[in-house]
Ligand binder design. Structure first.
Ligand code: HEM
Length: 424
């Protein structure tokens, strides 16, 4: 049996910018064990797909890991217990439970439903950009990439009345609780537990209101969701699914927008190709998510001792399948670090995962990114990173990100006066 090399992959510099590490990995170690952790990382397209596809060996049922580091802290527990019980749905469940949940929510994310959202997505993008571009420079992250997906999710779920700031706070708390931001101190964990309780209470009020009087929103779809012979989702299941939609839908899209804009600034030839023909924007979006891959990995837990790439992986270990690496594997993508919006096989990526757990929101994310970049092109020319800006990526286990992206630009006409491209 092969011995898996141990590597200190969790060094902040590596997590902030893992791409050079991936290049070495393709040549010398397609799988490593992270020093000091019971975590294995796989990097190649072949191994990443194998881990995702071998559902019986590499499980998504890692419920206890998502409870936070201090699940035994009495004060935190008291807050958690005041809320609804933890249940394993969607991204933290395996078939057959996963199959049932997925069937129940698929319809709410169907193509016709997402297509119907296009006009409101465009209105949000136009309003935010019209507002931000009143100044000579603005922080693209704070003024567009963060609020845009949060506002879209507020509309999708029918949460406008709660306010975008509240929804964003909840979404960050949910992400932090599930370990998305690495280790957190006790005070923060207490704060997170309180935020999540507030989230649960507000959501349950809304779910009950929608049960009584439905509206044209996703919460109404979810409370009414039925698959032949199946019972409807109960309260705890609804909350678990809503939590995941919040956590999975905001930060990923924020990162794709920010890293995508930076790619366009750094590659003016590719930007001008997209500006010449907006029909190229959907392919450009595929290339952005391939090359930048927010998140950089999906997690699995080893269900029983098993063999991967000729090495034994013990039961209970965690596996990080680095989708961000697979999407830059030279065996699949030629010159993989090059941003090429006309790349023929750009859509052949695993940025949205694959198989049973393929991103539920992938059509929504693609729509949001396409509309956002169209609106960016229609609103601003000559976009540049503002002088003196610090573009250091913040290290994160799953989502390395830019905290700020200050930009300068020349402003185009007011959005109302801009002519729409045919067909939109
Ligand atoms: C660029 C944006 C996005 C990217 C790159 C992305 C990526 C992913 C990936 C890789 C997975 C698979 C996880 C796994 O296999 O363990 C996933 C699952 C999921 N995503 Fe996304 N996502 C994005 C946007 C969204 C949005 C906008 C939503 C919803 C509003 C969403 C909701 C979900 C949910 C609920 C799952 C779990 C699906 C399941 O387990 O059946 N995502 N996403």
């Amino acid at each position: 049996m092969k011995i898996v090399p141990e590597v200190d992959f969790f060094q902040p510099e590596t997590l902030a910018s893992p791409f050079e590490f991936y290049e070495q990995a393709f040549h010398c170690h397609p799988m490593v064990k992270v020093s000091g952790h019971d975590v294995y990382c796989v990097f190649t397209d072949k191994l990443v797909k194998e881990v995702i596809d071998r559902i019986e060996d590499f499980s998504s049922d890692f419920g206890p890991f998502t409870m936070g580091a201090r699940a035994n802290d009495p004060e935190i527990n008291a807050i958690i217990e005041a809320g609804w019980p933890f249940v394993k749905t969607l991204v933290i469940s395996d078939p057959p439970e996963h199959t049932r949940y997925r069937k129940l929510v698929n319809k709410a994310f169907s193509k016709p439903r997402i297509d119907r959202l296009e006009a409101s997505i465009r209105t949000i993008a136009e309003r935010l950009l019209n507002q931000a571009t009143q100044k000579a420079r603005f922080d693209f992250v704070a003024e567009f990439a963060v609020p845009f997906p949060v506002e879209v999710i507020c509309d999708l779920l029918g949460l406008r009345e709660l306010g975008v700031e509240t929804v964003k706070r909840w979404s960050d708390a949910i992400l932090e609780q599930s370990g998305g931001r690495g280790l957190i101190d006790r005070e923060r964990e207490l704060h997170i537990a309180r935020e999540i309780l507030a989230f649960q209470r507000s959501m349950m009020d809304i779910c009950n209101a929608r049960r009584a009087h439905g509206k044209a929103d996703l919460i109404t779809d979810l409370v009414n969701a039925r698959v032949e012979g199946e019972r409807p989702l109960d309260d705890a299941e609804l909350l678990s699914i809503l939590k995941q939609i919040m956590a999975a839908g905001n930060e990923t899209t924020t990162i794709a927008l920010t890293r995508g804009l930076l790619l366009l600034i750094k590659n003016p030839d590719q930007q001008s190709l997209a500006r010449q023909d907006y029909g190229r924007i959907p392919a450009m979006v595929e290339e952005i998510v391939r090359i930048e891959s927010p998140p950089q990995s999906v997690w699995r837990v080893v269900a029983h001792d098993t063999v991967l790439d000729g090495a034994v992986i013990p039961k209970g270990a965690m596996v990080m399948a680095r989708t961000g690496a697979a999407n830059r594997d030279p065996a699949v993508h030629s010159n993989p670090g090059k941003f090429d919006i006309q790349r023929e096989n750009a859509a052949n990526h695993v940025a949205f995962g694959r198989g049973a757990h393929t991103c539920l929101g992938n059509m929504l994310a693609r729509k949001e990114l396409t509309v956002a970049f169209e609106t960016i092109f229609e609103t601003m020319d000559e976009i540049q990173v503002a002088e003196g800006s610090d573009l250091t990526y913040v290290a994160d286990l799953v989502h390395p990100y830019l905290a700020r992206l200050p930009i300068t630009f020349s402003r185009k006409r007011e959005r109302q006066a801009i002519s729409r491209r045919p067909g939109l």
